[in-house]
Design a protein around this ligand. Structure first.
Ligand code: SIN
Length: 309
């Protein structure tokens, strides 16, 4: 007699795109995949989100631009990248060798720049992540993400030109993240990514100088996990697909993120401490499904239960 055993279904749907599993390498922590490709088959990931791309190449901010913090790190990289044309000609073909979805994270100084980049990407990537939340640039970035009208304007511009679904990456450095999420939803976003980094600063007590050359930077790592969970939870009622990220380093963190409302989960800074973190999270998710008798991982999304009155 054969037992009817179904393989656990780790696939998820993110804004209309099927990912083989919910584990996504977060933009800015995975480069364009080449270095991590030396550790494991990056085709095992649900998706790779590439380092933030701009219309023209950028050298980024002067060093020091990273600093350690309790349970995390600060960065003020400043969107160092080779520009969209070099991405398309030199980096995307490498990533396309792997059986994983590719998400292009794009940043611009104006809504028109986002549109031009979305147009250049065409249908060559699976999803576009419109970054309106970088805290380390003087123009664009977080300025767009903290104003609902500007956030909507950028979203509309990118959507008009995009040939693939658009996720908008939100900053937690606002009073009410659901307000911004609603603005980008109304402007046509297909989904949202959250959270980008929290503004932070450290000072060297001997030199009395800020540790970062740009004085302030963005905080990531395990310290921000509860903030990320809270933000994902606060947008869950909007009916938008969510790529949840911020401080996730274990399978248990990823389950928590999905219960809060995420459809897929980003692993970022954790990879700086352990390049295998995404593989360990993936394996742990499979084990969690088995021990909790889940057949589909997507059952977890939004599964947080309310306290009884
Ligand atoms: C950076 O390059 O400064 C980080 C990117 C971001 O926070 O979006």
């Amino acid at each position: 007699m054969s037992e009817n055993v179904h393989a656990p279904d780790l696939s998820v749907n993110l804004a209309g795109v099927t990912l083989k599993n919910p584990v996504v390498a977060v933009s800015g922590t995975f480069g364009f995949g080449r270095e991590y490709g030396e550790y494991y088959d990056i085709g095992r990931l649900g998706a790779v989100c590439v380092k933030g791309i701009t219309l023209l190449p950028r050298g980024g901010n002067p060093p020091p631009r990273v600093a350690e913090t309790p349970m995390g790190m600060l960065n003020s990289v400043g969107l160092q990248n080779p520009g969209i044309d070099a991405f398309l000609s030199d980096e995307l073909p490498f990533l396309r060798r792997f059986d994983t979805a590719v998400i292009a994270n794009i940043s611009g100084n104006t809504p028109e720049e986002y549109a031009r980049m979305a147009e250049k990407l065409g249908d060559m990537v699976d999803l576009i992540e419109v970054n309106i939340s970088c805290p380390n640039v003087k123009a664009g970035g977080m300025l767009f993400g903290t104003d609902p009208a500007l956030a909507a304007e950028v979203t509309r511009a990118a959507k008009r030109a995009a040939g693939r679904p658009v996720l908008v990456k939100l900053t937690p450095n606002v009073t009410d993240i659901a307000h911004i999420a609603l603005a980008v939803k109304d402007a046509g976003a297909d989904g949202i990514s959250l959270i980008n980094t929290l503004g932070g600063m450290r000072i060297d007590t001997e030199t009395r100088r800020p540790i970062l050359r740009m004085n302030t930077g963005g905080l990531s790592g395990p310290a921000v996990l509860p903030v990320a969970i809270r933000c994902v939870y606060q947008v869950r009622g909007l009916g938008l697909p969510v790529l949840g990220m911020g401080g996730v380093s274990t399978a248990s963190d990823a389950v928590e993120m999905m219960l809060a409302g995420a459809h897929a989960v980003g692993i970022g800074s954790a990879m700086f401490a352990d390049p295998y973190a995404p593989m360990k999270v993936l394996q742990g998710l499979g084990e969690f499904m088995a021990s909790h008798h889940l057949t589909r991982i997507s059952e977890l999304t939004g599964g947080v239960l309310p306290w009884e009155a």
